[in-house]
Ligand binder design. Structure first.
Ligand SMILES: [Fe+2]
Length: 314
């Protein structure tokens, strides 16, 4: 048995001091939004309670599906880097970026490059971890920068594929794109990992939904992404972005593939979106079939701590 923890959209606060020169762009409106409502919504004390709770679960690995920052300030990337190290080592934690982490274009080294260790694929020829299948190379082993997605990491029975749909977008837009080249690498990797018998976990920030989401917020190439999954298969797709629970299935090569999303990990509000949650996925194989037990753990504002709110099996 192997347990994966999944959190998303922590939107780490408080926002560092901003210089006027930093916000003479799209960030200005994001900054206003932070002051007006988001700083009351995304609370550091909720993240602290989440970290304390997570430490008690004995999860084997943690994945974070994007939107760790708010307006992609260089200081935010440093702040998030420190927070990631407080959660665990780069061996124990995997991260992908979200649209807020590409709010405006920032050079790689000053932005996502600061989290590189948490987004690096395992090198070619790394030792098999589950003792059964022998891991092949990542599509871009050890490569850094935007072309390094998807990276592949091997943890227990799971091959974790990290995608990036994060891109700078115009004002009031929050859509994402994977692009043809990344989808082609994803297709090749899924084919090989499926042949080798891995439990393939695909991480992307935007939900791969075709409807129910405004165009300005959606994954633009959701359809080609779903085509890759339909052709190659996957065992689990995890996302964030909506700040709410997501539970759908999409067609896979050997049957329906569960697609799960979680609320923001730092949400303290009792507005339209759920309180902060994270989920645990316990993965086991019986008679060649994978079984996934899902446990959601949510923040209780009265007690100031997380506890189990739902449990089901897939
Ligand atoms: Fe997002």
């Amino acid at each position: 048995m192997f347990t994966l923890a999944h959190l998303s959209d922590p939107h780490l606060g408080p926002l560092p001091a901003v210089r006027p020169a930093d916000i003479l762009n799209k960030r200005f409106f994001g900054y206003l939004s932070w002051l007006r409502k988001r700083r009351a919504m995304h609370r550091p004390e909720v993240l602290a309670a989440l970290a304390a709770d997570l430490a008690t679960t004995g999860a084997d690995h943690l994945v974070i599906t994007g939107d760790l920052t708010n307006i992609a300030l260089e200081q935010e990337f440093s702040q998030v880097g420190e927070w990631l190290h407080s959660l665990g080592s780069a061996e124990q934690v995997t991260v992908i970026p979200g649209n807020h982490d590409a709010y405006v274009a920032v050079p790689w080294e000053a932005s996502l490059g600061k989290w590189q260790a948490f987004m690096t694929g395992d090198p070619t020829g790394s030792e098999p971890i589950n003792g059964a299948a022998r891991p092949g190379p990542s599509p871009n082993p050890q490569k850094t920068g935007p072309d390094a997605f998807p990276f592949v990491r091997y943890r227990g029975p799971a091959a974790i594929l990290g995608l990036s749909s994060a891109q700078p977008t115009p004002l009031f837009c929050a859509h994402g794109t994977l692009g043809e080249a990344q989808l082609a690498r994803l297709s090749d990797a899924l084919e090989r990992l499926g042949r080798e018998g891995w439990f393939r976990v695909v991480l992307l920030h935007h939900p791969p939904s075709l409807e129910g989401i405004a165009r300005r917020k959606r994954l633009i190439d959701a359809e080609p992404f779903r085509k890759v999954i339909a052709e190659r298969g996957a065992e689990l797709v995890l996302h964030g972005h909506d700040h709410t629970f997501g539970k759908q299935t999409i067609d896979g090569a050997e049957g329906p593939v569960p697609v799960l999303g979680v609320p923001s990990a730092s949400a303290a509000s009792s507005g339209k979106k759920p309180q902060a949650h994270y989920q645990l996925y316990t993965i086991a194989q019986d008679a060649k079939r994978w079984r996934i037990d899902v446990t959601a753990r949510g923040f209780d504002p009265a007690g100031g701590r997380f506890s189990e709110t739902r449990r089901y099996s897939l």
